[in-house]
Ligand binder design. Structure first.
Ligand code: FAD
Length: 303
């Protein structure tokens, strides 16, 4: 039995397990894939105090740091069910049931993809998902933002301050973003918004993105825009489907946490991109993992 069991081996889970182990607690970590989204990241320039690193390199140091402590790492294991009797029980896909006094959920999230040709091929070579991370790489260049919801329009406004020009492509006839954001975007001279646009293909020269093809859904006409970058902003989906009914989730499926990372279930904490924390970044996920582990420790010494 564990004192603290962590679900997720991304930055949030890694930080949580180190903080828990440093309190002398018997700690385990269950991860479908250690490293999480960081393993899919090319350049990282905003992990403060490290000017530049790359995803796989950061994943290696995360794992090395966790291995400094006596943490039971169960990699390539998927958690499928959470329940609580006298202890918290976590069921894995392989049928095993782990028991723990406290649990920290950090299963992260995944970007919704366009699913068009070229998107995978040029991921990290012009196709990007995070304007805070990759915006500065396109300084002075032309980019597109796919999606006219709040995250898409926020991204367009953000990028417009850095890049030469931003084209927003929205599938529907209307933007779904808040009116105040739409007004702001419309007031910026280097943002063009195109509605009823269905993205059909990311084009490239074999090494980098060169543009995007889309169909005008009103007329059926095909168009091409030359670009250096494409920011896909059509949703970040938390990996919490398996937690429905077990802990309280927001309408978007994010785990609802308080300032100590406590969820609706006493003894169950959560951290990182899977939670209602508004901004999804490595450094924020790590901070929230540390926070949740301290929350779990506080809970343990009182129960
Ligand atoms: P994740 O990193 O998503 O990790 C989740 C973990 O949980 C994984 O180990 C996963 O396998 C595991 N898991 C999920 N479900 C289960 C389950 N049921 N059972 C067991 N394990 C499970 N942020 C920055 O700060 N700077 C950047 O430059 C940057 N670039 C990015 C580039 C890309 C392409 C992407 C996709 C993201 C980028 N981000 C960047 C965002 C950053 O990666 C995330 O904010 C961060 O990884 C979130 O950490 P997390 O631990 O909450 O979740």
């Amino acid at each position: 039995d564990f004192d603290v069991l962590v679900v997720g081996g991304g930055p949030a889970g890694a930080a949580a397990s180190i903080y828990a182990a440093r309190k002398g607690l018997n700690t385990g970590i269950v991860a479908e894939r250690f490293g999480g989204q960081v393993a899919d990241t090319v350049g990282i320039e905003n992990f403060i105090s490290v000017q530049y690193t790359e995803g796989p390199k950061l994943v290696n140091s995360l794992e090395a740091h966790v291995r400094e402590y006596n943490v039971d790492i169960m990699n390539n294991q998927r958690a499928v069910k959470l329940s609580k009797a006298d202890k918290i029980q976590l069921e894995l896909q392989n049928g095993a049931v782990l028991k723990s006094k406290t649990l920290i959920l950090s299963p992260g999230a995944r970007w919704r993809e366009m699913n068009v040709p070229g998107e995978q091929e040029y991921r990290g070579k012009g196709v990007a998902y995070c304007p805070h991370c990759d915006g500065p790489l396109f300084k002075g260049k032309k980019v597109a933002v796919i999606g006219g919801g709040n995250s898409g329009i926020e991204a367009a406004i953000d990028l417009a301050g850095i890049v030469e020009h931003v084209t927003v492509l929205e599938f529907a006839a209307e933007l779904r973003a808040d009116a105040v954001l739409v007004k702001k975007a419309n007031s910026m001279v280097n943002i063009t918004i195109i509605t009823e646009a269905q993205s059909t293909e990311v084009t490239g020269d074999g090494t980098r993105v060169t543009g995007i093809n889309y169909t005008d859904r009103k007329t059926g006409d095909a168009h091409h825009i030359e670009l250096a970058g494409i920011f896909v902003q059509i949703g970040l989906v938390p990996n919490t489907e398996w937690l429905r009914g077990a802990v309280e989730l927001s309408p978007r499926g994010e785990i609802i946490v308080d300032e100590r990372g406590q969820t609706s279930v006493p003894g169950v904490f959560a951290a990182g991109d899977a939670t209602t924390a508004p901004y999804k970044q490595i450094i924020i996920a790590m901070g929230s993992g540390a926070n949740a582990a301290l929350g779990a420790f506080d809970y343990m010494i009182r129960h």
